[in-house]
Ligand binder design. Sequence first.
Ligand code: UD1
Length: 374
Amino acid sequence: MRIVLSGGGTAGHINPALALAETLEVRGHEVFFAGTPRGIEARLAVEAGLSYEAFEASGFDRAHPASLPQGIARIARSTKRAVAWFDRIDPDAVAVFGGYVCIPVGRAALKRRIPLVVHEQNSVMGLANRYLGKRADAVCLTYGEAAEGVRGLGPTVVTGNPVRASVLSATREEGREMLGIPDDALVLLVTGGSLGARHLNGAVAALKDRLLSHPSLHVVHVTGPKELDAVGERLALTPDQAQRWHLFGYQNEMGKCMAAADAIVSRAGATSLAEISARAIPAVLVPFPHATADHQTMNARSYVDAGCALCIADDQVDTPQFESALCRLIEDESMRASMTAAARGLNAADAASLLADAVERAAASRARTRGAEG
Ligand SMILES: CC(=O)N[C@H]1[C@@H](OP(=O)(O)OP(=O)(O)OC[C@H]2O[C@@H](n3ccc(=O)[nH]c3=O)[C@H](O)[C@@H]2O)O[C@H](CO)[C@@H](O)[C@@H]1O
């Protein structure tokens, strides 16, 4: 079958689509990716070897009211182009993962009666997914609660959030070799998600001396592409300290970094959480407080309730509460062991497979319709 995947804006929407693409390709399907011309998806999907088609799409910027008619006109043009593209490649199903680019791609699927599957990573549905989900053949969820209170959604199924093979299969040895970190060191990974988190970066940097007072600790600090220089300046690492504080802007080998880590400090983006639980890494989570409907705090809840993470509110990261949570994570080996045990199995290990099943079911309904028409 020929399947089109679409998602854009941040890696949190894109990487689950890439994980699904891996499974669909193993099952013998041909996969295409539709994203924007300049978004991060253009790089990630092409690096993953997928055939890429670009469509302009943008949201509404409240500070610039003129962006609304411009955005609507752009979506109308892109929908028309996506319809023409579908007429050429004749896909059996379209699966969308969130981000504005999904609106023209999803609308084109509906116009051409191509089965549409929506995947929502978060505990609260995003705008594009909510809009398309009402007419979708299947709405696949990571958290069942995401459908609560959303009227008129298509049939829902909880699949979990698919994790890429590179994250699942990386080994601790590979990770440590890539980072140049000895086997007996304790490794703390710090990440603010694909865009980075300035506040969290600053709070961790402020604890530099405290953290490095642990003689065996190495910090792998993935700052976000735009934050690297500022964090570097703030840390002002001496050559000796730089041996144990490994700084990256965007890390292409996140799977290896996770495999190398004994503990993690992270925002609570849904895709990061799926990866953290798939690798069962003890975590301190600091949800981004301004995410739509505070969905990161809700994403984090099940991990905290299950006992595999501590959660610190963003406005507490400059207080002793954050410092003591971090020190506990590093120093309390038995707490880490019980967090690891609790994390195993929290995110459905078969999420990619369940989602691929849902896409295949939707695609098969089109094949049946074609058969009946023929
Ligand atoms: C500010 C905001 O609204 N963020 C949203 C965005 O976050 P964001 O894009 O940050 O998404 P996540 O934190 O969930 O996932 C980040 C993904 O990027 C990868 N990665 C990250 C950094 C890096 O240097 N290299 C790398 O490969 C991670 O391994 C992971 O696969 O999408 C998520 C999933 O819909 C939402 O839950 C988040 O709320």
